[in-house]
Design a binder for this molecule. Structure first.
Ligand SMILES: Cc1cc2nc3c(=O)[nH]c(=O)nc-3n(C[C@H](O)[C@H](O)[C@H](O)COP(=O)(O)OP(=O)(O)OC[C@H]3O[C@@H](n4cnc5c(N)ncnc54)[C@H](O)[C@@H]3O)c2cc1C
Length: 451
């Protein structure tokens, strides 16, 4: 398709509203142009249009992870570019910019292969991959970005580049973790893994069991094999994230399990949690990997408006748990959802081909979701402030939200030396900061300092 005239829509034109709106309406964009890309040439044309009109560029596949409104920008909607091609003998998949994980799972599962996908099949695979990617096999294999083999990228000069460790080492390092700061990814090749099933699901506990469950969880996670991935959600149901109907209307502790070793071992490992008492629903069973979406059971198809915020924890002590119970437990009346995810294992190991993904020193991530309302945000901030003594000082950009788009928060996602290097790479490839509708890495000089 033409590189001269992308299929763009302007305000007032038919299709503009539909194309500009994402699922999380926390940041409503009013772009100057919205381009519904059909292929990589449309993405090239969109970036060239932005250069010509001196506009910033934003990108959206699903709109699940907005950082800033793309006002007056050229917003590229990649949602239709959802192709996935699997190389079975090579155990890789080529994933186009707009493919959701469910598109990838549909193609890989029949071959007994799994991508390093996350909790929700509705999330955009590329958006997740450029943010690192904390997945259900991550303690075993690392961040999803650690297993990107190559990618194609449209940079600020309007060029389509093949980016590999050999051909574009700086871009290859920076894009895997740097989100859309260096250009728009049109496709990525990722490793697949021979995983066709999991022992997984949810243990839902009544609110009264919160303290016991969290203390037991802190102990349990100290001695787990890397095949075991888990997290805990504290929520009043109904809530923005959604849990099955049975426990509706009550405070629920939802412990999520994804074990990729033998089912019998999974059952043995989960037994002490099952025996804690207070289980109101147990959906943990052997399941095909393609059904991983049932583990977290997130509602994702309807538009919503929520602010996400997170911090990374270096440890989960008895005192951390007490603080969590006091400020986010059943008696706190907390107007937000709290999720604690176990990290460690392969996340802590540097990947074969280095990238800029931060947070490798974290033992857990602590993620909160709330409907924006000043009272809610204040209560949530109290929780985060209380937990800070156990924090690494870092955050994870995939779990960040519209309040995190400032420099200090973005910097916190990276190791300090990596942030300097990112700024230098940015200065070389996007000196005018065309890609700034994001968790922005501003261009710096050769040392990475402000240019
Ligand atoms: C229900 C739910 C479950 C989730 N579970 C997990 C999880 O288990 N693990 C995890 O790590 N994260 C998880 N996330 C977070 C998710 O990975 C991020 O929000 C991710 O950015 C979403 O990508 P998207 O394309 O769906 O969203 P979009 O809002 O469309 O994109 C978000 C951002 O991704 C980047 N991006 C998207 N497309 C491109 C592109 N073509 N080129 C360059 N950059 C691009 C841009 O920075 C863009 O602003 C979850 C989110 C939700 C809503």
């Amino acid at each position: 398709m033409s590189t001269d005239s992308p299929p763009s829509r302007r305000q007032g034109e038919q299709g503009y509203d539909e194309a500009r709106r994402g699922l999380n309406r926390a940041a409503e964009s009013r772009p100057a142009y919205v381009v519904v890309a059909r292929d990589e040439q449309d993405v090239v044309a969109a970036v060239r249009l932005a250069a010509k009109r001196k506009r910033p560029v934003g990108v959206m596949a699903t709109g699940h992870g907005p950082s800033l409104p793309a006002d007056d920008a050229v917003l590229v909607n990649t949602g239709r570019m959802d192709g996935v091609a699997v190389d079975v003998p090579g155990a890789t998949a080529w994933i186009e910019a707009g493919a959701r994980w469910r598109h990838v799972l549909e193609r890989t599962a029949p071959h007994g292969l799994a991508p390093l996908s996350g909790s929700s099949p509705a999330v955009g695979a590329v958006g997740y991959l450029v943010g690192g990617g904390v997945g259900l096999l991550g303690r075993r294999f690392g961040f999803a970005a650690d297993h990107v083999r190559r990618l194609r990228l449209v940079t600020a000069d309007g060029r389509l580049r093949d980016v590999t460790a050999e051909e574009e080492p700086d871009l290859f390092w920076a894009v895997r973790g740097g989100k859309d700061n260096f250009g728009l990814v049109v496709g990525m090749e990722v490793d697949l893994f021979p995983v066709s099933r999991l022992y997984g699901g949810g243990l839902y506990f009544e609110g009264a069991a919160t303290a016991d469950v969290l203390h037991a969880y802190a102990e349990w996670t100290r001695h787990l094999p890397e095949e075991m991935a888990s997290s805990v959600l504290l929520t009043h149901n109904p809530d923005p994230s959604g849990v099955p109907d049975a426990p509706r209307g009550r405070f629920i502790v939802h412990l999520r399990i994804a074990y990729s070793g033998p089912a019998a071992d999974g059952e043995r490992l989960v037994r002490p949690l099952r025996e804690l008492g207070g289980v109101v629903l147990d959906t943990v069973r052997d399941m095909p990997y393609a059904e991983v979406g049932r583990i977290y059971h997130e509602r994702t198809s309807e538009p919503y408006r929520e602010y996400d915020r997170n911090l990374l924890l270096s440890e989960l002590t008895g005192d951390t748990v007490d603080a969590l119970v006091a400020l986010a437990g059943p008696d706190a009346g907390a107007p937000f959802v709290t999720e604690l995810t176990h990290l460690g294992g392969a996340y802590a190991r540097p990947p074969k081909a280095g990238n800029c993904v931060g947070g490798r020193d974290a033992a857990f991530s602590l993620f909160t979701v709330t409907v924006p309302d000043p009272g809610n945000l204040r209560r949530r901030d109290e929780l985060l402030a209380h937990l800070r003594p156990w924090g690494t000082g870092g955050i994870n950009l995939n779990f960040a939200g519209v309040e995190d788009a400032g420099l200090a928060r973005v910097r916190a996602a990276y190791a300090p030396a990596d942030f300097d290097r990112l700024r230098a790479v940015k200065a070389r490839h996007d000196p005018g900061n065309m890609f700034r509708v994001n968790f922005n890495i501003p261009p710096g000089d050769a040392t990475g300092r402000a240019g």
